[in-house]
Design a protein around this ligand. Structure first.
Ligand SMILES: NC(=O)C1=CN([C@@H]2O[C@H](COP(=O)(O)OP(=O)(O)OC[C@H]3O[C@@H](n4cnc5c(N)ncnc54)[C@H](O)[C@@H]3O)[C@@H](O)[C@H]2O)C=CC1
Ligand SMILES: O=C(O)C(=O)Cc1ccc(O)cc1
Length: 370
């Protein structure tokens, strides 16, 4: 698709009605832009790098920003260390637009803006918990946010209409909104995103000097725990230094566990050693069972997650349409994030029909999460 073929008529279920300006057209900005364009939203693109904008336009992510644009919503998708500057500049330049950002840390940019005395009435920080280990416009994907959590950090002073616009953005790209304070957000992502990055990098670092024979034996377990080790050091130095307190607290707890298991393994036959090792592994079993989507997983079946709007009759319509396709469902689980305007329906089906079901449901206009 190119500029001339872009439709600017939103599809009927789309909530945003006006123009959206994306500042920073890399992985996150490009992905948000592609998702909004697929819903028919008018998207304008800006980036410090003109070639990044041109590539995003070529990929069908919108049109280049120009004088006279009147965005109703601006989404700042630049690296964390220039996020506050960019938010301030956008609030000044567009005096009636709502501004949000997607930086992986929420307190540091907020403090920077507050210290400068910027009026933050039209700003809400947010963070989609969706990404990839590779940045850049070329890695952008319109389905990146389907079924993923999108944290919104409002405060008591945030007007309802400002909150609505950011919730509409998350809804239109297929994400599930979760309200949190910036403090709670930074502590939570320390655990679910920032420390996992360090653990993946440290494990992958061990492979640097491993023999070719050892590396050749690598199976899925190693791949699972090291995938995000391919992430950009430039981005992560910014994220980790902006959330160092939360990260250090967790690293210290892990250090204690590492010391315990190392000690037990040093002397496996000492009384209590085996019990200590089993306790660590079994605590890990309990932890992994808490991850959403990990309950009662049945490996005999393939699973498929469909997003439904939180309106009466949606689930019934979905089930009827699957019935009409003649596909048998083995199991069904409905997840409804509190406060979200969407539900996730997870189906279990025989592995040989999952591709057909995905294809047919997409043809019927349903949104399928990755
Ligand atoms: N990479 C990931 O998986 C995720 C990243 N984030 C957050 O999203 C933000 C963007 O990250 P990515 O898209 O991964 O990075 P990226 O490197 O793919 O894209 C960043 C873009 O911002 C542009 N840029 C840099 N400084 C700028 C400035 N002053 N003004 C305008 N444009 C500027 C760059 O040219 C680049 O195109 C970061 O704040 C990051 O913390 C959030 C969720 C996931
Ligand atoms: O690739 C993945 O699975 C990630 O989890 C990427 C990621 C990186 C940074 C974020 O703030 C959120 C998500």
């Amino acid at each position: 698709m190119n500029e001339s073929t872009l439709s600017t008529r939103p599809s009927p279920s789309t909530r945003l009605s006006g123009q959206v300006r994306i500042v920073g057209t890399g992985l996150l900005g490009g992905s948000i832009a592609l998702a909004l364009r697929s819903q028919g939203v008018d998207v304008v693109l800006a980036d410090a790098s003109p070639s990044s904008v041109r590539l995003a336009v070529d990929l069908g992510a919108g049109r280049a920003a120009e004088e006279g644009d009147r965005p109703q919503l601006i989404v700042v998708c630049v690296p964390p260390d220039v996020t506050a500057d960019t938010i301030e500049a956008e609030l000044l330049r567009f005096s009636d637009a709502v501004v949000t950002d997607v930086a992986s840390v929420k307190l540091a940019p907020l403090f920077e803006l507050q210290n400068r005395g910027v009026d933050l009435t039209r700003y809400i920080g947010s963070h989609p918990l969706a990404g990839r280990e590779r940045g850049g416009t070329i890695s952008a994907r319109g389905d990146l946010f389907l079924g993923r959590p999108w944290v919104i950090c409002r405060d008591e002073e945030t007007p309802g209409w400002v909150l609505d616009r950011v919730e509409d953005l998350a809804h239109d790209v297929g994400a599930l909104t979760i309200e949190m304070t910036p403090e709670a957000h930074d502590e939570a992502v320390g655990l679910v995103s920032h420390v996992p990055q360090i653990m993946a990098s440290l494990m992958a670092k061990q492979l640097q000097k491993a023999s070719d024979d050892a590396v050749r034996l690598a199976g899925q377990g190693l791949r699972d725990v090291t995938r995000i080790a391919a992430s950009s050091p430039e981005l992560w130095i910014q994220i980790l230094s902006a959330n160092s307190e939360a990260v250090v607290n967790i690293l210290e707890r892990i250090q204690d566990d590492l010391a315990e298991i190392t000690q037990a393994l040093r002397n496996v036959d000492a009384p209590g050693s085996r019990r200590a090792i089993a306790r660590e592994i079994s605590a890990g079993n309990d932890g992994v069972a808490r991850l959403p989507g990990k309950h009662g997983q049945n490996r005999r079946f393939a699973s498929l997650i469909v997003l439904i709007d939180d309106t009466p009759g949606q689930l019934a319509r979905l089930l009827t349409e699957i019935g009409e396709l003649g596909i048998n469902l083995e199991d069904l689980r409905l997840e409804h994030a509190e406060g979200a305007q969407m539900g996730l329906v997870e189906f279990s089906v025989l592995p040989e029909v999952v591709d057909k079901l995905t294809l047919e449901l997409e043809k019927l206009g349903w949104r399928i999460a990755a």
